[in-house]
Design a protein around this ligand. Structure first.
Ligand code: NAD
Ligand code: DAU
Length: 347
């Protein structure tokens, strides 16, 4: 089986690529990535020489290139993760999100459909999506697979749109697909624009920790390796044309999470208790900020037997250790373009 994984040099994609390359020597894994600011081949250094792995640099919005690539390699399946993924960037440049997340997904869908339309047997298009498509919860309730879509940011609207197109291809062309919608991931190799790695990096450098609004926003956190395991299960055992919600059963208010992170960082850096907390700075809120996300993951739990394997304390501990032991990685991704992004976002 040849599998195309898109966005495999990014945060989640790199964990998925590694899992598939190592667990399935009989599959050939192609990793297609444009290497935007978020993509980094360092994330995959340990597996780049594996005989069942090929990296291809390319952009999913380049239709001619994508069609040729599908013609050449005849991918049996696609696991599609490539995306613009940061909400704050989507507020500043929404069109970039439409281009990659909507048009890019469409180009992949067309290429896959055109290749296999005469016989879709044993073929699968697996689209990786987010819980943000469901919009915001109040203080109670959980997102289920049947919750109506109600996206609030340009990022989540673009992901919602791509989900709709995947479903439409399933209905219209009978193209086999699965979709999974996951909650907030954390772990090693996450780009330090997202809350946890940004704050780890700022604590290391004694910089302010910019908490949006009053900090009472809630997210449901999942360790990235557990997401990769869930993706493996959905890919192999998920039912055609079904959606699976994936979550951590692990809700945290941002401010509580930040305080826990501060405590752990003080310990690891042997700084006096309370020194990282002093860096907390409440800043202007994110426009359209969703109050709360929380996933009901009972379907994937009951049908596919998946559950998170790592507690939040363990996962956070491992994540901090990874960033502290990989300061070169942090340094390389935070030089250059990152500086001007940071200035614009937080000045
Ligand atoms: P990321 O930003 O770390 O990585 C995205 C990858 O896609 C990068 O390697 C980038 O170079 C690549 N890419 C971007 N535009 C491309 C293009 N036009 N052509 C080819 N490659 C391109 O993102 P992530 O956090 O790893 O998220 C991966 C996927 O999972 C996304 O689809 C995202 O919506 C979804 N998701 C993320 C989370 C999360 O918490 N991070 C949660 C649920 C779902
Ligand atoms: O829920 C899944 C989604 O989780 C994914 O689809 C997205 O790709 C991913 O980026 C993430 O989106 P969030 O917007 O929830 O993640 P982020 O890390 O940007 O922010 C988490 C929370 O922390 C959110 O309430 C905003 C807040 N925050 C974030 C940053 C970057 C701050 O208070 N300060 C910050 O500087």
């Amino acid at each position: 089986m040849t599998i195309l994984i898109t966005g495999g040099a990014g945060f989640i994609g790199s964990h998925v690529v590694r899992l598939f390359v190592e667990a399935y020597p009989n599959y050939h894994i192609f990793n297609l990535d444009a290497l935007t600011y978020a993509g980094n081949l360092e994330n995959l250094k340990d597996i780049e020489e594996q005989p069942n792995y090929t990296f291809v640099k390319g952009d999913i919005t380049d239709e001619t290139f994508i069609n040729k690539l599908f013609e050449k390699h005849k991918f049996d399946s696609v696991i599609h993760l490539a995306a613009e993924s940061h909400v704050d960037r989507s507020i500043k440049d929404p069109l970039a999100f439409v281009k990659t997340n909507v048009i890019g997904t469409m180009i992949l869908l067309n290429a896959f459909k055109n290749l296999w339309k005469d016989n879709f047997q044993n073929k699968l298009f697996y689209h990786i999506s987010t819980d943000e498509v469901y919009g915001s919860l109040g203080q109670t309730g959980l997102f289920t697979e049947t919750t109506s879509y109600d996206p609030n940011s340009p990022y989540s609207a673009s992901k919602a749109s791509s989900d709709h197109f995947v479903r439409a291809y399933g209905e219209t062309y009978d193209m086999p697909y699965v979709i999974s919608n996951c909650s907030n991931n954390y772990g090693q190799n996450q780009f330090p624009e997202k809350l946890i790695p940004l704050f780890i990096n700022n604590i290391i450098n004694n910089k302010p920790l910019p908490v949006y609004g009053d900090g009472n926003y809630t997210r449901d956190w999942l360790y990235v390796n557990d997401h990769a395991v869930a993706i493996d299960l959905v890919f192999h055992k998920g039912k055609n044309k079904e959606t699976y919600n994936i979550g951590g059963f692990n809700e945290w208010k941002n401010i509580d999470l930040v305080k826990l992170l501060c405590e752990q960082m003080d310990e690891k850096l042997s700084r006096p208790k309370g020194s990282s907390e002093k860096l907390i700075t409440y800043v202007k809120d994110r426009p359209g900020h969703d109050l709360r996300y929380a996933i009901d993951a009972s379907k994937i739990n009951k049908e596919l037997g998946w559950q998170p394997s790592v507690t939040f304390e363990e996962g956070l501990n491992k994540t901090i250790d990874w960033y502290l032991n990989n300061e070169n990685w942090l340094h390389s991704v935070t030089s250059g373009e990152y500086q001007s992004y940071y200035e614009k976002q937080y000045s």
